[in-house]
Each structure stands twice: as C-alpha cells, then as structure tokens.
Design a protein around this ligand. Sequence first.
Ligand SMILES: Nc1ncnc2c1ncn2[C@@H]1O[C@H](COP(=O)(O)OP(=O)(O)OP(=O)(O)O)[C@@H](O)[C@H]1O
Ligand SMILES: [Mg+2]
Length: 310
Amino acid sequence: MPALEVRGITKRFGRLTAVDNVSFAIEKGRITGFIGPNGAGKTTTMRIAATLELPDEGDVLLDGVSVLDDPRGARAKLGFMPDSYGAYPSTTLWEYLDFFARAYDLAGDVRRRRVEEVLEFTSLSALREKEMNTLSKGLKQRLCLAKTLLHDPSILILDEPAAGLDPRARVELRELVRALAGMGKAILVSSHILTELAEMCDGIAVIEAGQIKATGSVGDVTRGIQSAVPVYVRVLEGADRLERTLHELPGIERVRREGDGVVFEHAGSPESLSGVLAALVGAGLRPVEFTPRAMGLEEVFLSLTQGKMQ
Ligand SMILES: Nc1ncnc2c1ncn2[C@@H]1O[C@H](COP(=O)(O)OP(=O)(O)OP(=O)(O)O)[C@@H](O)[C@H]1O
Ligand SMILES: [Mg+2]
C-alpha cells in the first residue's frame, strides 16, 4: 500500500478546472518531487491531500485513510507545510510550537519533549525565546518545518519549502528533508528549483494545467520523453577513425565532432549501447570517455510542459 495515494481528484473553481483527474502515489522513505509551472495545480492538490480543501471528484488516501471519510484520522498521519504562513506578533518560537503541540492534543511531558525535539532537529533550540516575527525567511521556514513535525507524522507534504532561501539555507533544508526520508517518512515536495529537486528526489510527478504529464523516477521520466540519448566518446588517438567507425555501426544517428571527441545519438537499449562500446574496442580504438548525456530536470520540465497558463 502506498503511503499517500491521490485517486482521480478533480477540483473546479467556477469555470476553471484547477486539478483535472489527477492520480499518483508516493512511498514510505522516499521523496517525490511535484513539478509544474505556476498555476499548474500543485498547491490545490496538496491542500486537498491535507484536508484543507474538498475535491469535486476523487479521494486521497493517507496510509489507507480517506481524507473524505475520516479527515481527522488522515490529519494525524500528515504534516503539511504551506507555501507561506503568518507570524504572530509577540510570540516566541517556543510559544508558537507549544501552541500547535496543544492543537495536536500533545500533553505534559510528551508535549515538552516533542517541542524540544523539533527545535533540536531544526537547530532552533538557541532561538527558542526569540519572537517569531523577527526571524529571517530561512529561519521562518525552519520553524514552519518544526511545527509540521510536532505530531511525528509519517507523511509530509511540503509546498515549496525552499522558496526564497539562500543557497546555504537550501542545502540545509535539503539535508533535513533527506534525514526525514531516512526515518521512513513519505515526502511530497513541490518546488520550482528543478536542479534541487533532481538532487533531492527519488521520484517526480509532473503536472501542467491540472493534468499529470509524467510520473516515475527522474531517469524513467527522462527516458520516456527522450527518444535518442546523445553519447560523447573520446579515444586515446584517432578521432577521425572513431567518427568513420561510428558511421558504420547500426542504431547510431547524427554523428558529429565535438572538441576532442565525437557525439552520436543512440535510441536503443542499454545492451545495444554497451555493444557499441564493445565494437569500438573491437575495432582497435581505445576509448577514454564514453558518456551518455541524460537530460537534466530543467530540460525534462521544458519538454513536458508548454508554458500553458490558465
Ligand atoms: N481559491 C481559489 N479560487 C479560485 N481559483 C483558484 C483558487 N485556488 C487556486 N485557484 C486557481 O487554480 C489554479 C491552480 O492553482 P495552484 O495554486 O494550485 O497552482 P500551483 O501549481 O500551486 O502554482 P504556483 O507554482 O504558482 O504555486 C490557478 O489557476 C489558480 O488561480
Ligand atoms: Mg503553489
């Protein structure tokens, strides 16, 4: 059973269909990136999964618990970090966390311990008496993550947690999210910083104009849309002979020189690609580089979405 399963959800706002029959699932201990252009329906999907919005059709199951049939039960399993939140004036970090811990029915020693633990986990312990509305954006995001973890949920939905963070703060956040996945939590994270998602995620779901365009590992999604993979080869000597040899091999297209080496495009299986390498060695060429160039997440995003606005 997946940790979180989105089952055919549709959400309309007036005449606009913000989310259109969206289905995907995420697994325990894995980080799934939710990618799509502005207005694609990411926040709406996440808010439905977090019981903050009702779908017109479909359902979301959290560890098998339906957000429609048992929203309270679903909330106990889930931590939702919204894309923005308000800071209360004259409220310290500790007071803020204590307030939310009470909202989650945590009491006595358990509550005190959980507040300590999330402060510790997000390295905010030293700032516990600071007023939250004096925090910088990065620290505010960390406080929001701390709040999200109070009831130790097994599923985390993080809506653009890295937005507005400087590079160091992003790396720190990524480490925290990785650590949470390491604890076995299932994590859905949306972001526009695609390279960052690629480094952090085990899988992705791409959404545009309310519809899912692709799901799977970054590699699967990339291979799905990329029919031919460019491969760069460089040999110890004899780039001309390399070029001629490649022209004669089957399953190879668009052979061209690039710097000291040669680039060709290959549309076959990994087995046939390894056959190409064997053929080059067999022809007496001595390869020192043989590098398939996978598409980056940025290219995947651009090729799957057309920049449709709605
Ligand atoms: N409460 C609402 N009332 C009317 N329209 C809404 C409402 N919430 C969202 N929408 C519309 O639904 C569409 C999807 O919005 P959503 O916020 O889910 O997109 P998103 O993928 O999160 O975008 P972004 O990357 O900008 O955060 C948009 O066209 C948005 O204007
Ligand atoms: Mg959004």
